[in-house]
Each structure stands twice: as structure tokens, then as C-alpha cells.
Design a protein around this ligand. Structure first.
Ligand code: DQA
Length: 157
């Protein structure tokens, strides 16, 4: 059994991401959040992880889930959506994290409007994957699996 076996990864999604599929498909693609959930679950199983995907339009609820991850020491893949660019409250919550955190975006915010260039979350994440649509989530899950393996190795040595 791998070190990452059976760890639950919270895949958290911020505002408007429930609309994927019909929301600006030329930017965000045609995959729905359900498609993303299915792809994440399938890959998580391959990686020996469990995936718990959630979405909210509510900043307080999202921060509550981050607190839950902190308490349960769960890794997080997070698409903060528009909160990326201005939520210091979300950033402060994430700064208390107790497990890997990978920021994820479907689009490439750096290639879009200026207000999307800043991420207040990036500085407290292990890394960011952006610009690959649904595949961004798969790459982020692989990054989490790698970080968990590295952590387990450093505890053993
Ligand atoms: C997004 C990029 C954000 O700028 C935007 O507000 C979103 C989605 C993405 O996944 O590309 O809602 O996080």
C-alpha cells in the first residue's frame, strides 16, 4: 500500500464553478463540474487516494471547508475562482494548512484581464496548475500524490 493510500483529498471549488459546461465555454471548456468530479475520482483511485469534490458560491462556507481540512490534516486541491484575486480571508485560512495545497485553474489567469494576474492564494500554496481545463485538476491531484509520498519518505528517514 502506498504512503498516500486512502488519504482523502478535498477538491474545493469557488463561485460560479457549478455553471461549468455552459459558463463561457470558449474560456472554461465544455466539461461540467460533474465531469471534473468523475475524472478526479477515477484518477484518485489510481493514485490510492479518495476524492471529495465540493463547490460553493459562499466565501464563509469555503473557509469552513478549509478549517475542516486543517483539523483533519487533509490535502486540498483548490480552485478559488474569483476569490483567488481578492480574498485575504481565504488566504489567511489557507496559511494555517496542515497538509499539501495545490491551487488550480481551468483557464490561464496570467493570460487574461489584469485583475486576474494577482493570486492572493498562490503564496501559501505548494504550487499552481493553470490553463489546462479539466486536465489542470488531474495534474494537481498527481502533484498532491507526489507531495504526500515525499512527506512520508521524509518522516521515514
Ligand atoms: C478560474 C479563473 C478565475 O479568474 C475566475 O474568476 C474563475 C475561474 C479558472 O478556473 O480559470 O471563476 O479560477
Amino acid at each position: 500500500m502506498s504512503a498516500a493510500a486512502m488519504t482523502t483529498v478535498l477538491v474545493l471549488n469557488g463561485p460560479n464553478l457549478s455553471r461549468l459546461g455552459s459558463r463561457e465555454p470558449e474560456i472554461y471548456g465544455s466539461a461540467t463540474l460533474g465531469d471534473i468530479a468523475a475524472a478526479c475520482s477515477a484518477l484518485a483511485e489510481e493514485l490510492g487516494l479518495k476524492c471529495d469534490l465540493r463547490q460553493t458560491d459562499d466565501e464563509a462556507e469555503l473557509i469552513g471547508w478549509v478549517h475542516e481540512a486543517i483539523e483533519r490534516r487533509l490535502p486540498v486541491v483548490l480552485n478559488p475562482a474569483a476569490f483567488t484575486h481578492y480574498s485575504y480571508a481565504l488566504r489567511d485560512a489557507l496559511a494555517m494548512r496542515t497538509a499539501p495545497l495545490v491551487e488550480v485553474h481551468l483557464s490561464n489567469p496570467a493570460a487574461r484581464e489584469t485583475f486576474r494576474h494577482a493570486s492572493v492564494v498562490a503564496g501559501v500554496a505548494d504550487g499552481t496548475v493553470a490553463g489546462f481545463g479539466l486536465h489542470s485538476y488531474e495534474l494537481a491531484l498527481r502533484a498532491v500524490a507526489r507531495l504526500l509520498e515525499e512527506q512520508a519518505r521524509s518522516v521515514r528517514s
